[in-house]
Design a protein. Structure first.
Ligand code: NAP
Length: 365
């Protein structure tokens, strides 16, 4: 195979500076697998991986030259070469890939439902961060749903677990869940789950730019602009923060005061907003750690009980999202560079789900 590899990298100190690196495909050592990355999704969540790359280990997924980093993305890839006895050519897997044409992994655990990369640079990461799911052993897989899986599966899982975590505590008596960056896919998934539960209301907080989209979704009981938070009725509420914008957080805390039962931090879409350090009324913000809820529910429901519930909820969310999600395909360097810069700057359309491939032409269609 004369195909060369191509990989997209960002400067760690300034992600606006990006580059493409070309290199020959490596020869496999015994027990390795070469993936051809068919296509992958890029959303604001991937920008958060750069933001927390050192703290949470994202830069360790796919190491590269000093000063640069390869941001992980969720995608589908096919095994095109294998020197591992249990992993066969043609196996199609969902998982974390670099924005690249290829990836070499060194499988440790291999079963019908997972192939785990045991490469030393990934040691110590959360198990889900090194897992590749063969389509043939994946209860949530459907060929017609590949784009949604890449774009929203991980985000939906987080929101499913966050809603479950709050519902398990009766939403701490809240009559409303306030959700920032209401136009983000993770927030939309959370609003969907809150509404499915029917125990409390979902209130979306968003920017003027995305207001019409959020209203049009019909997933939120109420939608307000960031500048109009003080117009909300003061009632027992919990705040789930996807924006990480201290001006928005401050407005919520000052307005709801001790009626705010809980502040749950999940995202930081407004990553470039000024960080204000001020004492706020109400509860201290707590980071939502999804793996802890997975451990709890695996204990309560068993592993298959949890995956079964999640797969069922995911199917419902996928179907409900057909009405708003517009998959936008892009191919090649220029398309990726453009989508990356737009995502970084928050200039993508909220309905758009960008799915990219570094192969020119119509790969994956
Ligand atoms: N902790 C976890 O386990 C976990 C898991 C999944 C997702 N998350 C987080 O959830 C957040 C949402 O991710 P997503 O992939 O769902 O996002 P997305 O769909 O790409 O969301 C795009 C929205 O985010 C806001 N935004 C994005 N970039 C911005 C910028 N530069 N400046 C201002 N606003 C910007 C805008 O919403 P508004 O105008 O409505 O503010 C925009 O419509 C991310 O921060 C992600 O890390 C966390």
């Amino acid at each position: 195979m004369a195909e060369a590899d191509l990989v997209f990298e960002v400067r760690k100190s300034d992600w606006r500076e990006t580059r493409f690196v070309e290199r020959p495909l490596p020869d496999l050592e015994p027990g390795q697998v070469l993936f051809r990355v068919d296509r992958f999704a890029v959303t604001a969540n991937n920008i958060s991986y750069a933001l927390t790359g050192d703290a949470l280990g994202y830069w360790r997924f796919f190491p590269c030259a000093e000063g640069f980093g390869r941001i992980p993305v969720m995608g589908f890839a096919d095994v095109v070469r294998s020197t591992h006895a249990d992993v066969h050519e043609g196996t199609r897997c969902f998982g974390f890939y670099p924005m690249a044409r290829h990836l070499v992994i060194t499988p440790g655990l291999v079963s019908a439902s997972q192939i785990v990369d045991a490469a030393p640079h990934r040691a110590g990461l959360a198990p889900a961060y090194a897992q590749y799911l063969p389509a043939s052993g994946d209860a949530s897989y459907a060929v017609a749903r590949e784009d949604q899986l890449m774009l929203m599966r991980g985000l939906f899982m987080t929101s499913f677990l966050a809603d479950d975590f709050l519902a398990d505590q009766d939403y701490r008596g809240a009559r409303a869940v306030l959700i920032s960056s209401a136009s983000s896919k993770t927030s939309i998934a959370l609003a969907y789950q809150v509404r499915q539960g029917g125990k409390t209301r979902a209130i979306g907080l968003t920017s003027a730019r995305n207001e019409a989209f959020v209203r049009g979704l019909g997933f939120y009981d109420q939608v307000v602009l960031y500048e109009e938070i003080s117009s909300l009725a003061v009632e027992p509420a919990v705040f789930v923060d996807m924006a990480g914008n201290s001006a928005v957080t401050g407005a919520v805390h000052r307005h709801f005061g001790d009626q705010l039962a809980y502040d749950c931090s999940i995202g930081a879409t407004h990553w470039s907003a000024e960080r204000l350090r001020e004492e706020l009324p109400g509860p201290k913000s707590e980071f939502f750690f999804a793996p802890a809820q997975i451990v709890k529910r695996t204990r309560d429901w068993g592993g298959s009980g949890l995956t079964g519930r999640m797969a069922l909820a995911w199917t419902g969310f996928c179907e409900a999202s057909d009405a708003w999600l517009k998959v936008v395909r892009g191919h090649g360097r220029e398309a990726l560079a453009q989508v990356f810069q737009k995502t970084l700057a928050g200039r993508t359309e909220p309905a758009d789900g960008h799915v990219l491939s570094l192969f020119e032409g119509r790969s994956g269609e």
